[in-house]
Ligand binder design. Sequence first.
Ligand code: MG
Ligand code: MG
Length: 270
Amino acid sequence: MILKTPEEIERIRESALIVSQTLGMLASEIKPGVTTIALDRMAETFIRDHDGVPGFLGLYNFPNTLCVSPNAQVVHGIPNDIPLQEGDILSVDCGVLKNGFYGDHAYTFPVGAIEAEVAQLLAVTKESLYLGIAEFKANNRVGDVGHAIQQYTEAAGYGVVRELVGHGLGAVMHEAPEMPNYGRRGRGKQFKEGLVVAIEPMINQGTKRIKQLKDGWTILTADGKASAHFEHNVAIVNGQPELLSTFDYIYDALGIQSNEEAPFRKNTSQ
Ligand code: MG
Ligand code: MG
């Protein structure tokens, strides 16, 4: 795994910030009637206006700026001209390349009013993300993060996707180590100062099993039940997890109050 200097971490933070702002911009646009291709175009324009390059566009030949995955789609959905409907959920994953480094994170948005059971899936998945982040510190191991996410989400009766995982992040979008959302405490590679990763639980309301559409990209749940995806970019600084991404732009747009990121914010008191 590639450990980053403080200067490199700041560059990743800059790219991650553009992703955070892009998701915040989209938060106001995601509503019944809008198409995901329209969201994709807004995101591409926004990123280029902020001197970034869409990180997913052309990566492994992916055709768009955003991965947009509604309802039973887990990840890697391709934008299209089907309007969103009241009661949908939409997972939006976005990457930005700037100054040679990537940012990459994701949020699952409700479209209008959603079923209480689906809202619970979103809440639990996002909570599990922070439980995983809390374990991302010097001398802990890959399995500690995965274990925290798996234990919390499985206790709620959900399925943890096995085939897709988080990853190291830097000059390459997907670096070592792989960061599964399941695992055993104390197992796997050990974390060190300067490591930067994307932690990204992909949690299914029902079965953990998935299938893929013939488009070669879209991953969806095998049972057709909903799936949620929340992703943050995190560095180990002074031995502790420090967020490089933020959902605050989303919360500002949606009028949500949250202190969830406070324990992992950059320490500015020094
Ligand atoms: Mg992502
Ligand atoms: Mg990722």
